[in-house]
Design a protein around this ligand. Structure first.
Ligand SMILES: CC(=O)N[C@@H](CCC[C@H](N)C(=O)O)C(=O)O
Length: 378
């Protein structure tokens, strides 16, 4: 097997933000070019230049199985103290996509040396954290013609599962999300004369507080939803009344119905704040490709049955959680399964201290290679 740990560490040091994964793309391409090429076809996508696709032609193909790994990183300053920490200031693989790419390369290298029966397509996808690269690729027609995919698989690392464990369920694994951007425009002024100004900070504070009632007061306690406003920017100095506040956040729900409802309530709250504070409130809601990640029941039943039957696989059935994933868009178009790979870490996804346990890599690759071979024997 290729040196998975070295690859993971190399990738970890060059994290790049959505749609800017230039060094990452070049590293992946260079690595793939070092595999035996006999039954590989490499494909670039000019309209999505950091994407990389690799087709492995099978011996007797009856279907094409897709495997997707996301490749982007987050605007987080790494604080792991690892000797192979990010070399890119303010950007880190704080969601573990370096692990995702490494596992995908491990699986690809296996099939580059052991020709599969069916065709396989590996999709190294830019822009999962933002900018929905999966939707972009699908809408560009990337999976049409010779690159049609019959069933798609992909993983996400999960810190609270033991290293190497595999988890999923036959229903909804991840929530659908919508990015929220709110601009509140008031009128600036001197701190001493509020009567002559219209304070955007006060209006923002009321907006944020009222949003807290949407989930707590409008959603049935037996249902699930979350709205997090993770970024707030306003003002320049303590004694000037701010004329503008910017709020950015995300809303999440397990169904499109729930997501549409949350979107509607947010707009109502924004309108209400605009009226009561006599200011301008511009709200932009962008779902992009972040549909709920709905596993195909039949394929996922097969996936779970296979994983549960393997003595070397620690399979754990996992209920849905509120993380988002634009793999939800691809699974909305093409049946498949998303699953977790345990990476045993006390830090959460998106933490500056996230440090996945690399001992998850080999069992992850082996479980996926085994499952794909099993699918091809069906
Ligand atoms: C696995 C993970 O953490 N995914 C991200 C996806 C973000 C979707 C979108 N940009 C949003 O912020 O709503 C997540 O935050 O769950």
């Amino acid at each position: 097997m290729i040196d998975l740990i070295q690859i993971r560490r190399d990738l970890h040091q060059i994290p790049e933000l959505a749609l800017n994964e230039v060094q990452t793309h070049d590293y992946l391409l260079k690595t793939v070019k070092n595999f035996p090429q006999t039954w590989l076809t490499i494909r670039e996508v000019p309209e999505l230049p950091t994407a990389l696709l690799v087709k492995v032609s099978g011996t007797d193909p009856k279907r094409t199985i897709g495997y997707r790994a996301d490749i982007d990183a987050l605007p987080v300053t790494e604080n792991t103290g690892l000797p192979f920490s990010s070399k890119h200031p303010g950007i880190a693989h704080a969601c573990g996509h370096d692990m995702h790419m490494t596992v995908a390369l491990g699986v690809l290298s296996h099939f580059a040396e052991n020709q599969p029966k069916d065709d396989l397509i590996f999709f190294f996808q830019p822009a999962e954290e933002a900018e929905y690269g999966g939707k972009r690729a699908y809408d560009l027609g990337v999976f049409e013609g010779d690159w049609h995919v019959d069933e798609f698989y992909g993983l996400h690392d999960r810190p609270d599962l033991p290293a190497g464990a595999i988890g999923t369920n036959p229903g909804t694994l991840f929530a659908g999300t919508t990015e929220i951007n709110v601009d509140i425009i008031g009128r600036g002024g001197h701190a001493a004369f509020p009567q002559n100004a219209n304070d955007a900070v006060v209006a923002a504070a009321y907006f944020i507080t009222q949003v807290q009632t949407i989930v707590s007061r409008n959603i049935a306690p037996t249902d699930s939803a979350v709205i997090t406003l993770g970024k707030l920017q306003a003002g320049t100095i303590r004694n000037v009344i701010a004329d503008h506040a910017r709020i950015e956040g995300t809303l999440r729900g397990f169904t499109q119905k729930a997501i549409s409802y949350l979107q509607g309530r947010l707009k109502q709250v924004a309108q209400g704040v605009a009226e009561s504070f006599d200011c301008e409130v511009n709200i932009e809601l962008n779902q992009g490709g972040y549909y709920p990640v709905e596993n195909n029941p039949e394929l996922t039943h097969d996936f779970m049955t296979y994983m549960q039957s393997q003595p070397d696989v620690n399979f754990i059935e996992t209920p849905g959680v509120m993380t988002g994933e634009d793999f939800g868009y691809l699974l909305n178009k093409i049946p498949g399964t998303m699953f977790w790979l345990g990476v045993n870490d006390s830090h959460e996804l998106h933490s500056a201290e996230l440090s996945p346990d690399e001992s998850a890599l080999v069992p992850g690759v082996n479980a996926i290679c085994g499952f794909l071979a099993h699918r091809m024997s069906e």
